[in-house]
Design a protein around this ligand. Structure first.
Ligand code: AOS
Ligand code: ZN
Ligand code: ZN
Length: 432
C-alpha cells in the first residue's frame, strides 16, 4: 500500500501565496464587472464552493487507443491507491470528495477497510457501476452476445446477480446508487430482435430494481453506438426514459455526454428529462469521434455551458426531485490522469458558475419577445465571462490550490509515487 500523499494544506497555502497579489487584483476586477451586472462575487464563490462532482476510479489509470495502451509510471495498482490519487485531486481542487467505483475492477476484499481508507482522506463512495460488458476470469457464462438483454435467461440471471452484488458491496461502502450501462447490442442487421431484447432488458432490470434499498437510486445509462456495432439496446434517452418510467420512482436516466450522435442537442435532452422528473445524473466528458475520449470542456465548452444553463434554470425554479449526480467519465490516453481529472472537474464547475451568471430576466424577456439575438446575447454574456479568478478564490477558501496543476507538478507527486508503484504488467489495448 502506498504512503499517504505528501501534499498538505500548508504546502498548498505556501504555493498559493506566490499567486496571491495577482489573484487579488484579478478577483477585484471580476467582482466589479459582476457588480455592474447585479451579481455578487462572494455569493458566486459560495455556489462554486458548494459544487460537487465525483471522480471515476477507472479514470485514474491511463486508457488506451484502439491499438494500444501506453501506461505511465506510478499508476494506481488497486482501489486503495486509486483512493489515494482521488485524495490528491480533492486536496487540490476541493470539489471532488466523491469517488465512483466500478465492480469487479474495484471489488474490495474488505469493504470496511476500503470505506475507512476513503473516509480518513475525506472521501465518500459515490455511485457503484456494474460491469457486464467484459468477461471476467472464472465467470461461467460469456457476455459475448449480451448480458441483461441476452436471449439466454441463464446469462441474464448471471448479469442480474452481478448487479445485486454491486448493490451489496455499495451498501457496505455507504454508496446510495447503482449505475447500469450495458454493452448489449447487435453487430449485424437482423442479428437482434429489437423488441425482444428490450423486453429482456426490462425484465432483468426489474429483478435488479427489486433488490434496491429504499434510499437508493438506479441510474440507467444509454449509449447510441459502440465501434463495430449495428445497434445497441439502450440506444437513446427515450428508451432509457421508457425503462426508468416502468421500473418505478427510484429509477432515473443518466446522460453521458459522449453517448449521442454528432450534433444532437444534448441540453434539450437534459431539459426533457428534468421536465419528466427522471434526470438522475451525468457522466461528463467531451467527445470528438468516439466516446469518453476527451476531457470535459476541452472541445465543446459552449455545449457544456448550455447543459448547465438548463441545470441552473431547474435549480432556480426548484423543480421537485431535481438532484442530479455529477460524475466524470473519461479515458486519458496521453495525459496524466490526475491532471486531466482536476482540469475536467474545474471545467465542469466553470460551466456551472457561468450558467449562474445568466441574466434570467433578460433571457425570459428575449424569449417572450421572440428576440433570438438578444436571447443568445444573454447566454453569451455569461459564457464569455472569465470566471477563473472566482474559481481560484473558491478553491483557495476551501484550502485548495489557486493553480492545482502547477502545485501538482511542483510537488512531483507522480515521480514520488512511481517509486512505490512499479509499472503495471498489462499492456493491453482498449478505450475504457
Ligand atoms: C461506457 O461507454 C460507459 O460510459 C460506462 O459509463 C462505463 O461503465 C464506463 O465508461 C467504464 O468503462
Ligand atoms: Zn459513462
Ligand atoms: Zn461512455
Amino acid at each position: 500500500m502506498s504512503k499517504p500523499f505528501q501534499l498538505t494544506h500548508d504546502v498548498i497555502a505556501s504555493e498559493n501565496r506566490r499567486l496571491e497579489a495577482d489573484l487579488g487584483r484579478d478577483a477585484e476586477h471580476l467582482a466589479s464587472v459582476l457588480a455592474r451586472r447585479g451579481a455578487v462575487f462572494e455569493a458566486l464563490v459560495a455556489r462554486a464552493r458548494a459544487f460537487r462532482i465525483a471522480v471515476p476510479s477507472w479514470g485514474l489509470a491511463t486508457g488506451g487507443t484502439r491499438f494500444a495502451r501506453f501506461p505511465i509510471a506510478g499508476e494506481p495498482r488497486d482501489v486503495f491507491e486509486k483512493i489515494d490519487d482521488c485524495h490528491a485531486i480533492n486536496l487540490l481542487v476541493g470539489i471532488t470528495p466523491l469517488v465512483s467505483l466500478h465492480i469487479p475492477w474495484d471489488k474490495p476484499r474488505d469493504a470496511g477497510a476500503l470505506k475507512a481508507h476513503a473516509e480518513e482522506r475525506g472521501l465518500a463512495i459515490d455511485s457503484m457501476n456494474s460491469n457486464t460488458f467484459e468477461d471476467q476470469e472464472g465467470q461461467p457464462l460469456s457476455y459475448k452476445y449480451g448480458s441483461l438483454a441476452h436471449p439466454d435467461p441463464a446469462v441474464r440471471r448471471q448479469a442480474v446477480e452481478h448487479n445485486l452484488e454491486c448493490i451489496e458491496i455499495g451498501r457496505a461502502l455507504g454508496a446510495s446508487s447503482l449505475t447500469v450501462w450495458i454493452g448489449d447490442g447487435g453487430n449485424f442487421a437482423g442479428q437482434m430482435h429489437f423488441r425482444d431484447a428490450l423486453a429482456a432488458y426490462l425484465d432483468s432490470m426489474q429483478a435488479i430494481y427489486a433488490g434496491l434499498p429504499a434510499n437508493w437510486r438506479v441510474l440507467l445509462e444509454h449509449k447510441l453506438f459502440e465501434p463495430a456495432f449495428y445497434s445497441t439496446v439502450i440506444n437513446d434517452w427515450g428508451t432509457s426514459y421508457w425503462a426508468a418510467e416502468r421500473l418505478g420512482p427510484q429509477a432515473f436516466c443518466l446522460v453521458d455526454l459522449g453517448h449521442h450522435a454528432p450534433n444532437v442537442n444534448i441540453e434539450m435532452i437534459v431539459a426533457r428529462l428534468i421536465q419528466f422528473g427522471k434526470l438522475g445524473g451525468f457522466h461528463f466528458n467531451d467527445s470528438k469521434y468516439g466516446d469518453d475520449d476527451l476531457d470535459a470542456g476541452s472541445t465543446k465548452p459552449f455545449q457544456l455551458f448550455l447543459v448547465f444553463n438548463e441545470l441552473v434554470d431547474a435549480e432556480l425554479a426548484a423543480v421537485p426531485g431535481f438532484t442530479p449526480a455529477y460524475m466524470l467519465d473519461q479515458s486519458h490516453n496521453v495525459t496524466d490522469p490526475i491532471e486531466s481529472l482536476m482540469v475536467s472537474a474545474m471545467e465542469v464547475q466553470r460551466a456551472y458558475v457561468q450558467a449562474c451568471l445568466v441574466d434570467r430576466a433578460a433571457l425570459d424577456a428575449a424569449q417572450e419577445a421572440n428576440d433570438a439575438l438578444a436571447a443568445l446575447a444573454a447566454l453569451k454574456a455569461a459564457f464569455t465571462t472569465d470566471v477563473s479568478p472566482l474559481l481560484a478564490m473558491a478553491r483557495r477558501a476551501a484550502g485548495g490550490a489557486a493553480d492545482p496543476v502547477a502545485v501538482y507538478r511542483a510537488s512531483r507527486y507522480r515521480e514520488v509515487i512511481a517509486k512505490e508503484r512499479p509499472a503495471p504488467p498489462r499492456r493491453g489495448a482498449g478505450i475504457v
